[in-house]
Write a protein that binds this ligand. Structure first.
Ligand code: IVH
Length: 657
């Protein structure tokens, strides 16, 4: 046993490193989970053999334990993104609303990783990664190896300064050459290579990999403008990217983008966009931050990389509502930093519109830089061997005849006993935004389903009666079973919205579930609601209302709810209650302009807590427009439609009552 424990710790630690540090995993998530479970179980049985470096000690930790955690004095913010001219114009318009005559520093968006450096009396003291923005990792020893970074500044100042660590294209090619010679897996791109190098315990590696850095942000700038802050950094001897301009108009910004997009291929490092920052620091302060981003800056991202690959096949999967989805099986290809083998094709309409055929070469990109998407076929590469998709007639899992939706676009397996539907429904039920039960991953649900341990929602809550059986199962130990049962039990105390979402009522996502939970407070109230009543609720239209009615009319669903209730699952809303208020309840509001005593978001929440709704545009249905300073065109529209207007004093007095 001691041997096996040692072996498991060894494999898992290697897998951790391959995943988190080298960006080159060799175990699938399932393989990893099952080995980890085995280790948990063995350590549980033989605690005397538990090793100090066991990965069971760091499960769920955000920061690699070997690195010191650093809490940033000022959080490291990320940037909002814009993808086209229109969105750039909107950004500028938003800025214009708050400050007059802003100009913008346009900089290259380095494709590396953010870092925060501190200097004390001009001497380099420490460096930390961004981490989650609040807490990062201390990487001082590795940053010290960056040749272009001075360990002593030209003046003895105290400084906290931010920038991007990156790897040049040349160093990237060299690093991969070395890895190929050593028969080590290659880095996917310079960013991964830089990230992997900076997160090494041994600084020799970072040194070998020749990292580089540009500084671009001084949170506590002693200057009037950002451009002056950059010059100040340059004068201190810090590396600052010289490619930048101060733009006065949107056209200046667009010119810079155009020019850099052309020059991009010839740069010695990779960039993925252009960063726009309001130059005047007083204006930056006025604009402030959202929870995640500065409002005074944004990142224009270059259009996603597009590649060509072969569409080998189209296969069908069955979702929890029985909906059949076609999926592209692709010749594996790297796009925007990762290898893609599959992509959803959504429905038959999508395939028809794009005229996709099996064996086509297709353009592939990542939508929003994340989700792989088939853009269309490369018609010029057709050679006659392509085949049109023939729609299947039976469910690929249970063979039940498929039903066409009324729109004719979607197909469904309506067999209520289809295992694929059940399994997907169970996976959804336990998922994070639904009942949030830990320890029932997709694979386990599938196994438990096939073993007959969980066939429906109720079975989950009856697992406690089968504890002995569970402990006996391969890969489970008393500890993991204990944890699972605790998590199941805790889920009984969830507020109603989680259950409503978990039940899988067609069209009811987490957001609508919350609205319904708030309005009705209790599942029985919702189950008894009429169609008319439901449609008066904001965001619930005719289709959703009908889905809700149909769901609760189905005796099978009523039984499921009854059973869950008997097992102790909470069926009431536990969040803040709606309070009726004659001034706000059931009225539709639109907010425009700035109020001095409250943000629009806060006011929206208050109105909603009074059972009022807030929408973004003025129409005949709007009851009241609340107008602050510097209102937009909504104000004019309200006047022309003769809609009631409340100014700051009026809303203040109503809220104080
Ligand atoms: S400014 C509060 N400037 O892009 C200001 N960021 O997608 C924060 N980045 O987290 C950042 N080049 O890691 C800024 N010239 C530049 C940048 C830059 C690259 C990175 C940075 C940021 C990410 C946002």
């Amino acid at each position: 046993m001691q041997e096996r424990i040692k072996e498991l710790v060894d494999i898992l630690n290697k897998a951790d490193k391959a995943y988190h540090v080298d960006d080159n995993p060799f175990l699938s998530d399932n393989e990893y989970d099952s080995l980890l479970r085995e280790l948990f179980e063995l350590e549980d049985k033989y605690p005397e053999y538990k090793l100090a470096d066991s990965p069971t000690q760091k499960v769920g930790s955000e920061v690699i334990s070997a690195f010191k955690k650093v809490t940033h004095k000022i959080p490291l913010f990320s940037l909002s993104n814009v993808f086209n001219e229109e969105e750039i114009r909107e950004f500028v318009k938003r800025v214009k609303k708050e400050v007059k005559d802003a100009s913008y520093v346009c900089e290259l968006k380095m494709d590396g990783l953010a870092v925060s450096l501190t200097y004390e009396k001009g001497i380099f003291k420490s460096a930390a990664t961004r981490g989650d923005g609040t807490v990062g990792e201390d990487i001082t020893h590795n940053v010290k190896t960056i040749k272009s970074l001075p360990l002593k500044l030209n003046e003895p100042v105290d400084l906290e300064v931010r920038g991007e660590i990156y790897m040049s294209k040349k160093s990237f090619i060299e690093a991969n050459k070395k890895r190929a010679e050593a028969k080590e897996p290659l880095f996917q791109n310079p960013r991964n290579a830089a990230a992997g190098s900076i997160r090494q315990l041994d600084s020799k590696i970072a040194k070998e990999r020749k990292l580089d850095i540009f500084l671009y942000h001084l949170p506590d700038a002693p200057t009037k403008t950002h451009e002056e802050a950059l010059e100040y950094l340059e004068n201190l001897g810090l590396p600052v990217n010289k490619i930048r301009v101060v733009a006065k108009t949107v056209d200046d910004i667009l010119n810079f983008i155009e020019k850099q997009a052309q020059a991009r291929a010839n740069l010695p490092y990779e960039i993925d966009g252009i960063v726009l920052k309001v130059n005047d620091i007083a204006m930056q302060r006025k604009l402030g931050f959202t929870a995640k981003y500065p409002k005074w800056a944004t990142a224009y991202k270059f259009p996603a990389e597009e590649v060509i690959t072969k569409l080998k096949d189209i296969i069908f999967t069955v979702g929890r509502t029985g909906q059949i989805t076609p999926n592209a099986v692709l010749e594996p290809i790297k796009v925007a930093g990762s290898t893609v083998k599959r992509a959803t094709l959504h429905n038959l309409d999508f395939i028809k519109q794009k005229d996709l055929r099996i064996h086509d070469y297709v353009y592939l990109h990542k939508a929003g830089d994340v989700i792989p998407e088939v853009v269309g076929p490369v018609i010029a590469r057709r050679n006659g061997s392509e085949k049109e998709l023939i729609m299947i007639e039976n469910c690929p899992i249970c063979n039940h005849k498929l039903t066409k939706s009324t729109s004719g676009i979607d197909y469904f397996c309506l067999n209520k006993a289809c295992p694929a539907r059940h399994i997907e429904g169970l996976i959804h039920f336990v998922s994070r935004n639904a009942m949030n039960i830990d320890g029932l991953g997709e694979r386990i649900i599938e196994d438990f389903y096939n073993m007959g341990l969980i066939r429906n929602f109720k079975d989950i809550y009856n697992l406690a009666d089968r504890k002995k059986e569970l402990i006996e199962l391969e890969g489970f130990g008393s500890k993991s079973v204990e944890n699972l049962l605790i998590s199941i039990n805790n889920s009984k105390n969830n507020s109603l919205e989680r259950l409503l979402f978990a039940l899988g009522i067609p069209g009811i996502g987490a957001k609508n579930a919350k609205i319904l939970a708030k309005v009705y407070g209790d599942i029985d109230n919702l189950a008894n609601a009429s169609f008319e009543e439901l449609t008066t609720i904001k965001d619930i239209g005719d289709i959703l209302a009908k889905n809700i009615i149909t769901f609760f009319d189905d005796p099978a669903n009523r039984i499921v709810i009854r059973e869950l209730k008997d097992l102790g699952v909470n069926m009431t809303y536990l969040g803040p209650k709606l309070v009726e208020n004659e001034n706000f309840s059931h009225k539709k509001f639109v907010l425009t302009g700035t109020l001095s005593f409250i943000t629009r978001e806060e006011l929206k929440e208050i109105i909603e807590s009074f059972n009022g709704t807030v929408s973004s545009s003025v129409s005949k249905k709007t009851d009241v427009v609340i107008v602050g300073d510097d209102p937009g065109s909504k104000y004019d529209k309200a006047i022309s439609l003769g809609i009631e207007i409340w100014d700051e004093d009026k809303i203040k007095s109503l809220l104080n009552n």
